[in-house]
Design a protein around this ligand. Structure first.
Ligand code: SF4
Length: 689
């Protein structure tokens, strides 16, 4: 097929946050092939199975192609004019009746940065509600909060190149072989100058754990104890950098006293590891010339996610493993543009990582936009889980979901179901219909997807990359950006908020002005340069090289992080700890990948992993169909895999599948700081189906 492509369009993968550069072959106006861009600095021509088949998504069945409005209980096709008139009339009517904040909006890390920036202004300055968040709160909010706690700002300090420069890599709760596969070549030992030790902390023997020199199969949620235990050994054995601590951190004395209790003996009891292993890993980390810590959802998906990130940052700070080549505490982001969502704001921060509570920041934004400063709020509105709980409580009366599918991705489905049924008007804007969420909608807006619109994504290493339109959207589907401008027009704010704008390039230009001088400064980039050079990193290759942090003192803060038991412990009735995760072939709720034959054929259904000891006790055999039951509900008809990959007392299932929705059983417990859900542990029992 590649040979028959008439032209190849440069773009960036629209799935995960690795941000691979790719070339999509086009023939007769259709995308016919995809291959890695050999000149792209992130992936050097490599793509994972999702990237290699991504062109198929542009031809996939199941696309939303016309606006649908619920009339007499049924979704029926209507014109765009009618759809948007009704949406604005309903939203503003509900706001007039119940107050402006009766509207909640949930966006996504799948949108372009230009889309997200435009949407933020529309929600806050057009509709006038603060209740705006992204599905990124389900994956990255704890990393954001943890960085703010330690360093005073969000922003991953390192780069992928640091993975190749480090002599010790510690991955915590990060199964990159499945979830960020193209990062794995950074672990390749063949072209390294020196030795590299890979240490993987994960309760499950993941593909990534199998690549490790040392796998630490900790008991669920005992990661904080391990991290504090490493800090204890580092201090006890003189492996900290007193120069770095004195020059660049606050609260060391208190921290050192706090971790005294995390002796190897105590940590061994909590984690299930041996004392010798804990000391060995601490020594490896402390003696490294440059040590890199990467983490993903195993850390973030916790009621203590933000503080776990702060604990990780503690290790980097007390050893000075930060701001140098190979040395970074590095959050590996989830979605292709989770970073863009974080930077453009009106979620947990104002645009450009400005702070709600900072009057100067609000005044600066008001000046840049030529608006009254009173229109910029001094505190954030509801985070995503609070919007859902607000709907159940009757505070949120209208909801707008943009490119997200919470029926499969949000924890504890029964509460979400109640929320979706409670609101007076629900709009679902998506590239696909029906989806489990669009089935609830009063109004479905058909949107263009990756490959049908132009703008930028920012990946985990702060690399801003160009995304191009390859084909036109099907039917009447429109780019999200066009939909936002058409809504602004109806609200009478288009000229004020988006003066003279017609394309996402206009949004990018304004965002450059608004981000100028901020940490996430886009002002020096041009779209052409981003396309030609495989993107560019805001902040350069690494942050904090000078040891100066954006805090009041200019120094980073060390935090005392207690290790608390996770929210729902197993007992006699619900005797297993359920862990959830992903597989390389699928993306999130499979809205796209279930419609790509190659990927769906490889992994057509979910499964449950159980240790042989437990299976024998329950008299279950491989391939039995089983039911997973929690205090909330049950997931039926899962194929049983009996494997030592999971420890006795633990079971694992992937979350992608709506037919066997893991979120029927997961717990609605959230981090009090980041509001991120605790997807990773809940108590279940397993029965034969
Ligand atoms: Fe796309 Fe991520 Fe795969 Fe790269 S690793 S091809 S960015 S899904």
């Amino acid at each position: 097929t590649a040979r028959v492509a008439e032209k190849w369009v440069k773009t960036t993968c629209g799935y995960c946050s690795v941000g691979c550069g790719m070339l999509v072959g086009v023939k007769d106006g259709k995308a016919v092939a995809a291959r890695g861009n050999p000149d792209h600095p992130v992936n050097l021509g490599k793509l994972c199975p999702k990237g290699l088949s991504e062109h198929h998504v542009l031809d996939a069945p199941g696309r939303a192609t016309q606006p649908l409005l619920r009339k007499d209980g049924k979704l029926v096709p209507v014109s765009w004019d009618e759809a948007l008139d009704v949406m604005v009339e309903k939203f503003t009517g509900i706001q007039a009746k119940y107050g402006r904040e009766a509207l909640g909006v949930v966006g996504t890390g799948q949108l372009l940065t230009e889309d997200t920036y435009t949407l933020g202004k529309l929600v806050q300055l057009g509709f006038g509600t603060r209740n705006n968040d992204g599905n990124t709160t389900l994956c990255m909010a704890s990393a954001v909060s943890g960085y703010k706690l330690s360093f005073g700002s969000d922003g991953p300090p390192g780069s992928y190149a640091d993975m190749q420069a480090a002599d010790v890599i510690l991955l915590i709760g990060a199964n990159i072989a499945d979830n960020h596969p193209i990062l794995c070549h950074r672990l390749d030992r063949t072209n390294r100058k020196g030795e590299m030790k890979l240490i993987v902390v994960d309760p499950r023997v993941t593909k990534t754990a199998m690549m490790a020199d040392i796998h630490l199969p900790v008991k669920p949620r005992s990661d904080i104890a391990l991290i504090n235990g490493i800090a204890h050994v580092l201090i006890r054995d003189g492996l900290v950098s007193h120069d770095y601590i004195a020059a660049h951190t606050d609260d060391y004395a208190e921290f050192a006293t706090f971790v005294e209790q995390f002796t190897p003996k105590h940590v061994a009891a909590v984690t299930g590891l041996s004392e010798a292993r804990i000391v060995e890993v601490a020594h490896l980390y402390g003696n490294a010339k440059a040590a890199f810590i990467g983490w993903t959802m195993g850390v973030n998906h916790s009621t203590q996610g933000a503080m776990t990130v702060a604990a990780i940052n503690n290790l980097a700070l007390i050893t000075g493993h930060i701001g140098r080549g190979g040395a970074a505490p590095f959050s590996i982001t989830g979605q292709c543009n989770a970073m863009g969502t974080r930077e453009t704001g009106f979620t947990s921060s104002l645009p450009g990582y400005r702070k709600y509570e900072n009057a100067e920041h609000r005044e600066e934004l008001a000046r840049l936009w030529g608006i009254d400063v009173d229109r910029i709020p001094s505190a954030r509105g509801m985070a995503y889980p609070d919007i859902i709980e607000g709907a159940v409580a009757g505070k949120i009366k209208a909801l707008w979901f943009v490119a997200t599918n919470p029926v499969v991705s949000f924890p504890n489905f029964s509460v979400l179901d109640q929320a979706l049924r409670s609101v007076e008007f629900l709009v679902v804007q998506d590239g696909f219909h029906p989806t489990p969420t669009s089935d609830y909608a009063h109004l479905v807006l058909p949107a263009a997807i990756w490959g049908e619109k132009e703008g930028t994504y920012t990946n985990s290493e702060r690399r801003v990359s160009k995304v191009n339109a390859i084909v036109t959207p099907p039917g009447e589907a429109r780019p999200d950006f066009d939909i936002f401008l058409a809504i602004a027009e109806r609200l009478g704010v288009r000229d004020e908020l988006y003066p003279g704008w017609t394309t996402t390039a206009d949004a990018f230009r304004e965002w450059q002005r608004v981000s100028a001088g901020r940490m996430c400064d886009y002002s020096g980039f041009t779209w052409q340069q981003l396309e030609d050079e495989g993107g560019a990193q805001w902040g350069g290759e690494r942050l904090y090289a000078d040891g100066v942090f954006p805090t009041a003192t200019g120094r980073a803060k060390l935090h005392c992080v207690p290790c608390l038991p996770f929210a729902e412990q197993p007992d006699g009735e619900y005797n297993f700890v359920l862990n959830t995760g992903r597989t390389v072939e699928h993306w999130h709720t499979r809205t796209k990948t279930a419609n790509i034959e190659m990927l769906d054929t490889m992994v057509p259904q979910a499964w449950l992993e159980m240790n042989p000891v437990d299976a024998a006790q329950l008299k279950l055999k491989a391939h039995d169909r089983v039911t997973v039951v929690s205090r909330r509900s049950a997931v039926n008809n899962l194929e049983l895999r009996i494997t030592g990959i999971v420890a006795p007392g633990q079971v694992f299932m992937p979350f992608h599948f709506s037919e066997t929705n893991s979120n029927l059983v997961t717990l609605g417990a959230f981090d009090p700081i980041s509001r991120e859900p605790n997807f990773k542990q809940c108590a279940v029992r397993v029965e034969k189906f």
